[in-house]
Design a protein around this ligand. Structure first.
Ligand code: BG6
Ligand code: MG
Length: 222
């Protein structure tokens, strides 16, 4: 029986994935590196510093910066990002998310946020949906980022539920890998090719209902 749902934040609850992309694109361009949306798929779900290193490696500039310089660059991206998200309001919840959160609450399932973002608390605040979540895993306390399962395991531990009773919802390939490595049921939101390792794939958050997910969960755990 399902006991909990662990949500990714960026790209699942709200479209901050787009702001992460725009902020990285701007920073990369200043370094003479052009990134596009195809490359950006590799950055989704990935921590701030790991994202920067992927961009630098992509532009063959990984060796050009010291650790301190990389930290400064990552900070610069975060400042850009924080400016971009100041206008987020409850209207920026992705389609169907509010209804799904209501449904999950009605069904007495536990809920958590398992986001790699250190800005997760801030974004949840802007969206005014804090009351829907029993826990938010603190990304600053997670050692190994997605695709490592650590953040999902921590989420389940904080909720006090068995890993196999959890459903994880993700828009990123690294996130789906993390959920599967945690021994959980994975719901992918987005592209069939990017998220092929998910147990079920929905093309939009609008399709998130317990009616679609629970039977699929029961099939795989039977
Ligand atoms: C993830 C995003 O949720 O959080 C990534 O998908 C982002 O794009 C990562 O890099 C870390 O976020 P932050 O806000 O701590 O830089
Ligand atoms: Mg995401």
């Amino acid at each position: 029986e399902v006991q909990a749902i662990l949500f990714d934040l960026d790209g699942v609850i709200t479209d901050t994935a787009e702001y992460h992309y725009l902020a990285w694109k701007k920073l990369a361009r200043e370094l003479g590196i052009e990134i596009d949306r195809t490359f950006n798929e590799q950055l989704k779900g990935v921590s701030r510093i790991d994202s920067l290193e992927k961009i630098l490696a992509y532009g063959n500039r990984l060796q050009d910066f010291t650790r301190e310089e990389k930290e400064a660059l990552a900070n610069k991206k975060n400042e850009l990002y924080k400016k971009m998200i100041t206008n987020i309001t409850p209207a920026d919840l992705l389609p169907g998310i509010k209804e799904f959160l209501e449904e999950v609450k009605q069904a007495n399932l536990k809920t958590g946020i398992a986001s790699a973002s250190k800005n997760a608390f801030r974004v949840i605040d802007y969206l005014q949906v804090g009351d829907y979540f029993d826990i938010i895993v603190d990304a600053a306390k997670v050692e190994k980022g997605k695709p490592d399962p650590e953040i999902f395991l921590k989420g389940a531990d904080q909720l006090g539920v068995d890993y196999c009773t959890c459903i994880g919802i993700e828009d990123a390939a690294a996130g789906i890998k993390a959920i599967k490595s945690a021994g959980m049921f994975a719901v992918g939101i987005g592209s069939r090719t990017e998220l092929k390792e998910a147990d079920i794939i929905l093309s939009s958050t609008n399709e998130l209902t317990l009616e679609t997910i629970l039977p699929a969960y029961k099939n795989t755990s039977a």
